[in-house]
Design a protein around this ligand. Structure first.
Ligand code: NAI
Length: 466
């Protein structure tokens, strides 16, 4: 089966970049990305590529090359579904905020709506691809909805989870470690798998395209994120031990990672992981395990989240303690708000939770982030509903200049590892701050020796104090 038209439902951080790369690599396939969010679609269609709704290095070039040729962004969801032979579902699957499984289970409301919309808009057979991260066995429900339309249209469901990391999405998509495709072990299932393999084979070496049954594919994505997050929580747990024993976490991580069985990646201690996926996917894994009665399995993975919360909390407490146990009315500069560098995504960013704790202590926070705007910062902090919007507005500001954020502050906290922070004129920043001037390096990116020579008191993750 040869695919000539693809529709992708959901023009977010995954749908946008993924489809842009498919369109770039497969010029003979028409790719239409649809979304109900009109503003988002308008931004994807903006003449000025600086205004794309997702910031990713290199994405502007890919979109610039394919948009209007074989890549289209539209709000006409039904029309795009109808003409496509293959429909990707790439909508959000956040943690449930209500009812059964609140705070843990994935909210599949949007997935079900998509399935129903696909069922209603289809008048020819289609392959439906789960691109969103979904709880294991979701395909069963999707299939049930799709196969009961009564109009004779046949659907094959594939699971094709996305492993890109924000900040390196384009590179990850163009040179994926692996592509995972799960499908049914029937002749029709195999044909559908082959159709999707043929698309990726335009640019991914065949041996990196793994095919499995649907359930392995669904479960692999959740568990890949759990294992990645577990490495971060493991090294963060050790960072606290380093601080009390005068070991240095970067040295320990290097020694651990030099073991070829372990490897050096994802062993960087920090203020804690963020992002829309790790926490949500682990909570979901915990929920699923518990729903099958696997208490020990659930408890084991839950600890990864608890450790992460602890790491964020103790970073905030360390700031308060070192500022003589009171930050009330004191200006504290935040460098970084995004959950990691090279993205404008702030979902679950550690900065939000550290800020919230400091605002509880009535600190005055001034934020600078190269890619995150004031509105986003306010909406992130208001979302927690810890205090009123007016109070958040009064205590938390954001400025367009890092030097202004730091001026007259008691402390500077590094919350995101943006490269440009390393290049700043730290002497100039020191001179503009109240003394003793303190730096809390939540990402261990700055040259601490040099900062101490300037006169700063430096607090870093997993490092001896002096
Ligand atoms: P997102 O929130 O940025 O984008 C989802 C989009 O879907 C939104 O623009 C929303 O308006 C749209 N949408 C929701 N329901 C719709 C409907 N019925 N019709 C049309 N559009 C609809 O989410 P993101 O980050 O792209 O994540 C999507 C999925 O991919 C999630 O399941 C996530 O877990 C998974 N994922 C995310 C990664 C990431 O780095 N953000 C990486 C790998 C997987």
């Amino acid at each position: 089966m040869k695919i000539s038209k693809i529709c992708c439902i959901g023009a977010g951080y995954v749908g946008g970049p993924t489809m842009a790369v498919i369109a770039q690599k497969c010029p003979e396939i028409k790719v239409t990305v649809v979304d109900i969010n009109e503003a988002r679609i308008a931004a994807w269609n903006d003449e000025n590529l600086d205004n794309l709704p997702v910031y990713e290095p290199g994405l502007d070039k890919v979109v610039g090359e394919a948009r209007g040729r074989n890549l289209f962004f539209s709000t006409q969801v039904d029309a795009a579904i109808q003409e496509a032979e293959m429909v990707f579902i790439s909508v959000n699957t956040p943690t449930k905020t209500y009812g059964e499984g609140k705070g843990q289970a994935a909210d599949l409301k949007w997935i079900e709506l998509c399935a129903r919309q696909i069922a209603a808009a289809s008048d020819s057979d289609k392959i439906v691809v789960e691109k969103s991260t979904l709880p294991v066995r979701t395909a069963e429900a999707v299939k049930d909805i799709l196969s009961n339309t009564g109009n004779g249209v046949k659907f094959q469901i594939l699971s094709n989870p996305e492993f890109l990391a924000e900040g390196t999405a384009v590179e990850d998509l163009q040179q994926a470690d692996r592509v995972l495709i799960g499908g049914e072990n029937s002749p029709e299932g195999k044909e559908a798998i082959q159709a999707l393999v043929d698309i990726y084979a335009h640019w991914i070496p065949r041996e990196r395209i793994l095919t499995t049954n649907v359930w392995s594919s669904e479960l692999s994505k959740l568990t890949a994120n759990a294992v990645l997050a577990q490495r971060v929580s493991s090294i963060n747990a050790l960072s606290e031990l380093c601080e009390v024993t005068e070991a240095d976490i970067d040295e320990v991580a290097r020694a651990i990672g030099a073991d070829s069985r372990i490897g050096g990646k994802f062993l960087k201690a920090s203020v804690g992981f963020g992002g829309s996926c790790f926490q949500k996917d682990i909570l979901n894994l915990v929920y699923i395990s518990r729903s099958y009665g696997l208490t020990e399995v659930a408890d084991y993975w839950e600890q990864v989240i608890k450790m992460n919360d602890h790491q964020k909390g103790r970073f905030a407490r360390k700031i308060v303690k070192s500022l003589y146990n009171t930050v009330s009315g004191k200006k504290i500069a935040f460098l970084g708000w995004a959950f990691k560098k090279d993205t404008n995504d702030t979902r679950e960013s550690a900065a939000i939770y550290v800020a919230d704790q400091l605002l509880n202590e009535k600190a005055q926070i001034s934020v600078f982030d190269p890619k995150v705007k004031y509105q986003q910062i306010q909406s992130d902090i208001n979302y927690l509903q810890t205090r009123g919007k007016e109070e958040n507005g009064a205590l938390l500001e954001s400025v367009a200049d890092p030097y202004e954020a730091c001026k007259d502050s008691h402390a500077v906290a590094i919350l995101t590892e943006w490269d440009e922070f390393v290049q700043y004129d730290w002497k100039k920043i020191y001179d503009s701050m109240l003394k003793p001037a303190k730096i809390f390096d939540g990402r261990n990116i700055l040259d601490h020796e040099q900062l101490r020579e300037i006169g700063f008191r430096v607090y870093a993750i997993g490092k001896p104090l002096e």
